[in-house]
Write a protein that binds this ligand. Sequence first.
Ligand code: HEC
Ligand code: HEC
Ligand code: HEC
Ligand code: HEC
Ligand code: HEC
Ligand code: HEC
Length: 298
Amino acid sequence: MDKKSSTAFLALMLITVLTAIAFFAGVSTAGEPTIVDRVDRTKEIDPGKYGNIMINNKTGEGKAMPEVEFPHWLHRSKFTCKVCHTEIGFKMKAGANDFVMANIFAGKDCGACHNGKAAFAVTDCNRCHTGGLPNEKNRIIEEALHELPVDDFGNKINWVKALRDGDIKPKASLDGTGEMTVVDMDILIDVKKFAPAPPKVLYPHKAHTEWLDCSSCHPEPFKMEKGGNPEMSMRKILSGQYCGTCHGKVAFPLTNCFRCHSAEPEPLELWPDPYAEDAAADKDKKSDTTADPDPMDE
Ligand code: HEC
Ligand code: HEC
Ligand code: HEC
Ligand code: HEC
Ligand code: HEC
Ligand code: HEC
């Protein structure tokens, strides 16, 4: 981008972001952070807490055991999403899975790995049942993953780069022999429902299928067709649908606007051309005289 168009680009983006934030300010789901919380860059989120899920259907206050804190950042450095969300079959929604110790002890769910071999044994109760407090045996993100390429948002790790550079080698199946089915296909998603529109969204299949199975997105939440999801909107994304199923929860957060809105912006017209109306009127006049039938012709 040359200097002039990049200045224009920044001006447009500033306007878009400010209007969009005002526009989305009302969106909020009960108990969840408001959209303003989510897009407020001044609110620092602990990178070691981003993407952690508190599993507390049967544990927590008033129950026999403290609630369980599941850290995505550590697990995704060792396994792709596909292993847990397709092979084991965990539903991608906090609280949606019914975990009980009997199953975990029998080698299911967390027990598929937490068997004393692939990962620490189930008898180490406190490492899972932390109640959200630090546990001296558990790792700290800044120490465990400090060599990974950095990002400004979420876990502050550029996971796409970390994987491609080979800094992490997450297994694609439980036994480690599986491979990902990677599809390299970009889809340009038009952004028309707001003016001034931000740049179009360049959706990359590659960066997703390096981690995820097709079934995580097709047929839900996306119909497998370019332009096949016309009901999608930024509001719905911010409230956890479509791209927001993962972004803002585990994948990089929605604050990172331009990592999605990354297409080259359209030529910018911030100020209307003052002569445009006159020119149009002139044209109308001309076409009027030629189009109007001459009354003397009759
Ligand atoms: C690998 C992680 C992990 C370890 C280790 C673990 N748990 Fe759990 N436990 C869970 C998860 C996940 C749940 C579901 C939590 C919920 O839904 O509230 C759970 C639920 C429970 C529950 C309530 C449900 C039920 O099955 O009765 C109890 C009680 C419990 N754990 C006790 C223990 C004890 C005692 C130990 C150690 C012997 C232990 N857990 C070790 C992950 C773990
Ligand atoms: C080691 C297993 C494991 C791996 C690997 C894993 N997840 Fe998860 N994921 C879970 C568990 C467990 C839950 C919590 C389910 C619950 O609360 O019932 C979860 C929940 C989620 C949720 C719901 C979050 C919410 O707030 O509702 C999303 C989204 C998600 N995972 C996406 C991903 C993505 C994307 C990846 C890969 C980058 C990934 N997961 C890798 C186990 C895993
Ligand atoms: C696909 C395999 C796999 C599954 C499924 C899995 N884990 Fe793990 N988990 C690991 C591995 C590998 C480690 C790191 C090795 C270790 O600490 O023993 C780990 C580490 C952890 C840690 C320690 C984090 C730290 O900071 O050191 C916690 C807590 C944990 N898992 C909880 C869970 C819970 C809760 C579940 C089920 C909801 C679960 N895991 C399911 C493989 C798995
Ligand atoms: C993270 C989500 C995600 C994953 C995983 C994913 N897709 Fe898609 N896919 C999309 C989105 C978003 C679109 C575009 C939908 C739209 O334009 O409304 C799409 C569109 C498509 C299309 C339509 C292309 C066209 O030109 O009409 C095909 C085919 C497709 N995906 C195949 C796959 C296959 C095969 C896999 C697995 C290897 C896969 N997808 C994995 C999100 C995903
Ligand atoms: C099922 C989960 C999921 C859904 C749904 C999803 N993503 Fe992602 N996305 C990921 C994961 C995982 C990554 C890897 C990076 C990370 O975790 O931060 C990623 C990465 C990306 C990247 C970064 C590519 C790069 O080269 O750095 C873009 C851009 C992106 N997603 C856009 C989208 C858009 C746009 C949508 C909706 C049309 C979408 N994603 C839906 C999980 C998802
Ligand atoms: C994970 C990817 C992703 C991120 C991050 C993201 N967007 Fe979007 N955004 C989309 C997609 C996809 C659409 C297109 C929806 C459609 O089909 O119209 C969209 C549409 C929009 C629209 C058009 C109005 C609408 O509802 O469709 C605006 C305005 C917008 N985004 C602003 C933002 C701003 C501001 C940010 C940062 C705070 C942001 N977006 C971050 C994916 C993203």
